[in-house]
Structures are given as structure tokens and as C-alpha cells.
Design a protein around this ligand. Structure first.
Ligand SMILES: Nc1nc2c(ncn2[C@@H]2O[C@H](COP(=O)(O)OP(=O)(O)OP(=O)(O)O)[C@@H](O)[C@H]2O)c(=O)[nH]1
Ligand SMILES: [Mg+2]
Length: 679
């Protein structure tokens, strides 16, 4: 496949930490490219991006925003991603449509660490990217210091493309290090060409030399020229910038202010001249070169009027109205612009298109005329581990079915959201990436599907067991008119080793309990296990039936089942019952600067550190392995993020049940009693 695809639309995906100004940047780019006639703002709630009520209300992005513009002769699709780590899934999949990413950073050295996970993802998938340092109207750091801090979290060399012109503290323009021209910012429009300030000459020369040396690291011809003190041709430098960006060897760094519209035209020009073409991206993704059209489904939306919409990047061929994928027909093709959809008749290689009502298609599929390729060679990011859960119950009981189908739509839109029916606690749990993530899911249930739910913290799956054996004789006897009921059993109840579950042993001799009733006794004892003397499911217990009595007329399955159950409820309280709490194995990943803080976090939550190692593939990060009670994990992510400027994360896996005694156990048992009293 030719990697040159002149004329094909390109796709830039805007990513970056929370509130760095991505949606404002989109607004500014659209305005300065002439795609909009008025520049809206996130604060005023009239931006192209963030059209949903959930986003407007919080003045933050909660899903990707899609827009298009023509700049000079080029077509661009732009996807603006939410910055909150809780919506990382959307950035990850949107980036699979990207020819390049624009990483929006802020000029704050103390926040540069928040870029680490973003750079890591871009590196893992070799996605070409530029950095745009936004909010320069508020900057009070030296560019050199900022760049050094940014470089510390990027494994790829950052190459400064511009140096700031300052008047006092204020950044009023920039010098482009390739053309060596100076520009003065204008509010929300192109900059003016000005004389290069003399005071900047040294700094400019030094920064330009750094840029050339970075490029020369990957180009021998430029290296030779530099060694011979020759000045390389400007076109050659532009060419190398484009080439090395497309191969993800270097990361150009630009800056400006999305709010003021500063540096935006420069960014658009860099995209125009140096932005990779879709052919490069298709090759990177391993899209096969022949066989009709090929498109990747990168996001699924369920919209009120159009139903399900699949956002797809077309890599090859053409999709026209009525297009079918393995027999399934798209109801329509749309071009999305913020909250609006416009019907279009065709989409060709390079385009970002939304396909209507493709029920079978899932995010991540490669769409071809022959059908969906769900397991292609195409790289596809794994789903993020869930870290936070809420229990949900429909306010209106009749909404139960509707709730399940609505949640299914939400999880189809966002695979980092999932649902679990927890059999231990009998709760329906919504799992996701944090409190905000789940609150927005709950808001959407109401605003989109008209299902209101009550949310609560998930219950911990406590169990109980016993510590000493007992023998129990119980008799169930009832005489009520005609037929009576009679069952009499002798059982021995014994503790089993942890993980032993439940065992029922039949040691009846001589038919004191006739064969046909033994199963009923077992059923009775098993029934009891659902709720032991402390109020929780019973585990790790063995019950041996060794004797009993029966009555020729009055004995029955039912009578022996009741007798079995009775023996348990009379015997178990004498067995020294004890609470068991679930212990999880937890791996916490943080930059090593935070490792000490995490040690105290873990011990403060009754955790036990098992050890720590370097996080594989993450320079300067640690993986701390520990064991922690499930009850301490519920809001762990909230504290962990607040300790680590949002970048810490963890994975959890059930490990074992462990006895819980003392005050902690009493609280749990009391709460269970209160809970039962209410129901
Ligand atoms: N001073 C200044 N403020 C800005 C600039 N760009 C954005 N902001 C402000 O920063 C805040 C966040 O802007 P957004 O554009 O919503 O940021 P975002 O990165 O899209 O945020 P999320 O999508 O929620 O992560 C808003 O209050 C903007 O007005 C800028 O260049 N300078
Ligand atoms: Mg945003």
C-alpha cells in the first residue's frame, strides 16, 4: 500500500490530562480553519465539543468529540478525547483511528507526570504525536525547564519547534526554529510576522541546533552536514521532520493558548505539512492491502434519534450508502460534527464516518465487505481493569429488564464499564474506572433510557465458618390431624480446612435413616448454609449424618429435610462460629517517587506488602504487590489517585478467605443484624 495518500482526509486525535484545554483547542482549531463562524467555549456551554448534558453540566469531556475541518486544501477529522483517567478507554480506542495524536500539556512542571501514561500508550502503539503546550497565557516557567520535565516522562526525544518571545513574563509570540521567522500573536487569528528580537538570537540558535541534532540522530546526511558546519536546506529539514514524526522517532513540541487562539495556525500548518497520511497508519496497524473497503470501528454510540452509531475510520476503498458488512446493511452514513450528524452518501479511504444501526458490529472490529474481522492482526488495546464499583437497584421494580438492556448499551459504548451480578452479596454491581465514570453512567441511564436507579456501596462478600466440632441430635415432629411429620437425625458438624467448601458424609448404618431420605437431610443442611449463625454464608464445614430414627407413616423427604436444617441451626451456634473476610491480591502501580506514600496507604488499610518490583516496561515506576481485605478496596482508587496526582492504578484478584475477629468483626456482624431487621 502506498503510504502517500494525497487528498485523503487525515485524522488527528487530541489527548492529554484532565482540563489541559483539549476541547478549547478543538474549538480554536475549527474556528481558525474556518469550519465555524463563532468561537464557542466550554465555560459558556456553547462549544462544538461536549454537547451532551452530562458533559455540559460538569464542563468536562465525558466521551470523544468528533469534528471536521478543511484547512487550505486538506481535510481533517479531529477527535477530542476526555482527559480524565476514568475515561481512558475512549482515548485508547479513538487513538486507533489516528494518523497522529496532539498531546495537550500545560506549562506546569508539577503536572508533567500526568503525561506519563499517555506517552507510554502512544509509544506502545507507535502512534506519531506532537505535543502542544497550552495555556501559555498563564505560563510562568522557563521553556527549557518545562521541556526537561516533559522529556523525563517521554521515551521518545522531544524536539522543540518554537521558542517563546516574551515581554516581561508574558508570552507574546514565538520564533519558528525551522524558518527562523518571528511571529507576534493576535487574539483568535493568525499571528503577524515581525522582526526577530535581537535578545533572542542566542537562545534561538541554540534551540535550533538542538532540533537539528535530534533530527540528525536518525539521518546520516543531515549528520554529515552538521559535522561540516553546513546549513541544511529548509525543505530538507521540513522533510525530515515529517518523516521522523511519521515513524514515531521524534516528538515535535509546539505551544500556544487555545483560549486566546495563540499558536493555532502554526499547529494547523505543522499538521498540514508534517502530519502522516492514512496510508502510513494503515500499514502501522497491519490493515490488509486488498479486498474492497476496510474500516476500523473505534467507538460505538447509542444516540436518541439515530439509534446505534458506529464510528469508523476508513482505511481502504469506499463505503457508499447502503453498504453491507457481511450481509448487515448500514441504515445510513453520517458525518459527525459535535452534537450534529449530517447524512452523507459515501466515505472513502481516510474518512471518519458513522454507520447507522449496525447491530452486530462491535468497537474494535475491522469492517470489510466479507464481514467483520474481530481477531485481526490489527493491534487493539486491552480493556482497562475495573477499579471501582457501585451497587445499583432500579427505583421502580418494573424497570429491571429495562435496566439490564440499558446497561448493555452503556457497556457496548464503553468496554471499561461492566456489570456483574454478585452471587455472594446478591447485588448488581456496576464496575468502572472511578466514581465519576459510574456517576455519569447512572446519569445516562436516566437521561437516555429513562431508568432511575438507587446506588449504594457494594457489600463485602463476607462468609463464616466454625472453629470447633459438635454433635447434634435434632428431631422434627409434627402431629396435625391425619398425616404427621417425623424426621430424626444425629449429625456431627466439623470444621474443614480453608477452601474445603462443604462436605456431606453419610455414615448411617442399619437403616436408622432409610436410604431414600438421606438426600433430603443433605438438602436441608445445604439450605441452612446460605445464612449461618453470624448471618453470612457458611463455608469449610463437614456434616456427617451417622444416626437417626424414622417413622413408617409420618416420615417423608420434607420431614427429613426440615430435620437436617434444624440440626444445623441448633448445632452451628455451638461450634464457635467465626467471620471470614475475602482477601485480595492487589498490585499497585505508581511512579517510584510515590512508593513510600503507597506503603503507608497499604498499611493504613490493613494490607500486607508482599514485595515490589520495577513495573515491566515502565521506566521509573514500581509495582507493589500486597494483600488487602476486600472491604478496604472499595474506595482505594480514590485515595491512590489523590496521593499520586491521578496516575496511580491497581489490579485486584481474589486470593483467599481469612478469619476476622475482634472489633472489626463485631461491627460487621452488628451491621448485618441491623440490615436483616430492616428487610
Ligand atoms: N488560561 C487559559 N485557560 C484555558 C486555555 N485553554 C483552556 N482553558 C481553560 O481550561 C479549562 C478546561 O478547558 P477544556 O478545553 O474543557 O479542557 P479539556 O482538556 O477539554 O478538559 P477535559 O476534556 O475535561 O479533560 C476551561 O476552563 C478553559 O477555559 C488556555 O489556553 N489558557
Ligand atoms: Mg475536553
Amino acid at each position: 500500500m502506498s503510504t502517500e495518500s494525497p487528498g485523503a482526509a487525515r485524522c488527528a486525535v487530541i489527548v492529554g490530562p484532565y482540563t489541559s484545554g483539549k476541547t478549547t483547542l478543538l474549538e480554536s482549531m475549527l474556528f481558525q480553519a474556518g469550519a465555524t463562524h463563532r468561537k464557542g467555549s466550554v465555560i459558556d456551554g456553547n462549544s462544538v465539543g461536549d454537547p451532551s448534558p452530562e458533559a455540559r453540566q460538569r464542563q468536562m469531556s465525558v466521551e470523544p468529540n468528533v469534528a471536521h475541518c478543511e484547512y487550505l486544501e486538506d481535510s481533517w477529522s479531529i477527535i477530542d478525547c476526555p482527559g480524565s483517567v476514568e475515561f481512558a478507554r475512549d482515548s485508547h480506542t479513538a487513538l486507533m483511528a489516528a494518523d497522529l495524536a496532539i498531546v495537550v500539556a500545560t506549562p506546569e512542571i508539577e503536572r508533567t507526570l500526568t503525561l506519563a501514561p499517555i506517552f507510554k500508550f502512544l509509544d506502545d502503539y507507535e502512534i506519531p504525536h506532537v505535543v502542544f503546550i497550552n495555556k501559555m497565557d498563564k505560563a510562568n516557567v522557563r521553556m527549557r525547564d518545562l521541556l526537561e520535565a516533559l522529556q523525563a516522562v517521554s521515551s521518545k526525544p522531544l524536539v522543540l519547534r518554537q521558542v517563546p518571545i516574551r515581554q516581561g513574563e508574558e508570552v507574546t509570540g514565538f520564533v519558528d526554529l525551522v524558518s527562523e521567522r518571528a511571529w507576534k500573536y493576535n487574539l483568535n487569528t493568525q499571528s503577524d510576522l515581525v522582526e526577530m528580537p535581537e535578545t533572542l538570537a542566542d537562545r534561538e540558535g541554540e534551540a535550533r541546533q538542538e532540533l537539528l541534532e535530534s533530527l540528525a540522530d536518525y539521518d546520516d546526511s543531515l549528520l554529515e552536514q552538521l559535522l561540516e558546519d553546513k546549513v541544511p536546506a529548509t525543505d530538507e529539514v521540513y522533510g525530515l521532520l515529517g518523516k521522523e514524526l511519521a515513524s514515531d522517532l521524534i516528538v515535535p513540541v509546539l505551544f500556544g493558548s487555545a483560549e486566546q487562539g495563540h499558536g493555532i495556525t502554526r499547529l494547523l500548518k505543522v499538521l498540514r505539512h508534517e502530519g502522516p497520511h492514512p496510508g502510513v497508519s494503515a500499514a502501522r496497524l497491519g490493515i490488509p492491502e486488498s479486498g474492497g473497503f476496510a474500516a476500523t470501528a473505534v467507538k460505538t454510540y447509542h444516540a436518541a434519534h439515530t439509534g446505534k452509531l458506529t464510528l469508523a475510520r476508513v482505511w481502504r476503498g469506499e463505503m457508499a450508502e447502503g453498504v453491507t458488512v457481511g450481509g448487515e446493511r448500514a441504515s445510513a452514513l453520517y458525518k459527525i460534527m459535535g452534537g450534529e450528524q449530517q447524512k452523507i452518501s459515501r466515505a472513502v479511504a481516510g474518512d471518519l464516518v458513522a454507520l447507522g444501526r449496525m447491530d452486530e458490529v462491535e468497537t474494535g472490529d475491522l469492517l470489510t465487505p466479507d464481514g467483520r474481522v474481530t481477531d485481526s492482526d490489527m493491534l487493539w488495546p486491552p480493556v482497562e481493569d475495573p477499579v471501582y464499583a457501585m451497587a445499583v437497584v432500579p427505583l421502580n421494580r418494573q424497570d429491571e429488564v429495562k435496566l439490564s438492556s440499558s446497561i448493555a448499551k452503556l457497556t457496548e459504548e464503553d468496554a471499561s464499564l461492566s456489570v456483574e451480578h454478585n452471587p455472594d452479596t446478591n447485588q448488581m454491581l456496576l464496575w468502572g474506572q472511578g466514581e465519576m465514570h459510574l456517576r455519569i453512567a447512572v446519569d445516562r441511564l436516566k437521561s437516555k433510557y429513562n431508568v432511575e436507579v438507587e446506588v449504594s456501596l457494594p457489600n463485602t462478600a463476607y462468609k463464616e465458618t466454625i472453629r470447633k466440632p459438635t454433635k447434634q441430635h435434632s428431631r422434627f415432629k409434627r402431629q396435625t390431624g391425619g398425616h404427621g411429620q417425623f424426621g430424626d437425625v444425629h449429625v456431627e458438624i466439623r470444621p474443614l480446612a480453608r477452601g474445603g467448601g462443604f462436605e456431606f458424609v453419610d455414615k448411617v448404618v442399619g437403616g436408622s435413616v432409610p436410604r431414600q431420605y438421606i438426600g433430603a437431610v443433605e438438602t436441608g443442611t445445604r439450605d441452612y448454609l446460605q445464612r449461618g449463625p453470624l448471618g453470612f454464608p457458611v463455608v469449610d464445614v463437614q456434616v456427617t449424618l451417622y444416626d437417626g430414627q424414622h417413622h413408617a407413616v409420618d416420615s417423608s423427604d420434607q420431614a427429613f429435610k426440615t430435620a437436617g436444617r434444624l440440626a444445623m441451626s441448633e448445632g452451628m451456634p455451638n461450634c464457635n462460629p467465626v467471620l471470614l473476610e475475602p482477601i485480595y491480591e492487589v498490585t499497585i502501580s505508581v511512579p517510584s517517587d510515590f512508593t513510600n506514600k503507597v506503603h503507608s496507604l497499604v498499611s493504613g488499610r490493613r494490607g500486607q506488602i508482599l514485595g515490589f518490583e520495577i513495573r515491566p516496561g515502565w521506566q521509573g515506576w514500581d509495582d507493589l504487590k500486597c494483600q488487602m481485605p476486600q472491604s478496604e478496596l472499595q474506595d482505594l482508587i480514590i485515595e491512590l489517585r489523590s496521593l499520586t496526582i491521578g496516575v496511580g492504578s491497581f489490579r485486584q484478584k481474589f486470593d483467599h478467605l481469612q478469619e476476622l475477629t475482634g472489633r472489626n468483626a463485631e461491627v460487621v456482624i452488628e451491621a448485618r443484624k441491623d440490615d436483616s431487621a430492616q428487610h
